[in-house]
Design a protein. Sequence first.
Length: 187
Amino acid sequence: MIDSSVVLTGQAIAYTLYVLVIMILIGWFAYKVTRVGKNSIIKPALFYSFVGLLVIIGVSLHIVTYNTIPWASMDLNRDDIKPDKVFNINVENHQFKLPSEKLIINSGEKVLFNVTSNDLTYGFGLFREDNSMVFQMQVVPGHMNDILWRFDKPAVYTIRSTEYSGPKGNDMIVKNAVEVIETNNFD
């Protein structure tokens, strides 16, 4: 699975370029319309050709980036995927109750995080060492709250609540709670 930070970087570059093209078009249009003393009439065919080009580029960007979201295929085919590990996590009284002190995952494994709340709505987020988020979900009492994720490379992650649950929710952090280790497959 592609790392979400790579996807975000690629999409940020593509959409930034797209917006720059739009800004250039609008700037050109404004310049032509506000010129004084010269024939500033813009031929509609030229303007609408540029607008059509922008629409084609915008739709193409959406089509190209459609399947780059790393978790999309797993979510769409979820009924057919059997997780390699399931971690049942309970959240209550502003504390995460993990099944063990550290959740160990082998690289390449698909893991289901099944999180339940007995009192409030919380968030469940997994964060890298640089504090960027890998994923998050809302944990609502009385509902099924789970997320399926595949970890491809060794790393250590922190669990944090990503939802406001009152002043005590600010301290809902479990540092180095998840560790993905490299496995040597000698098949």
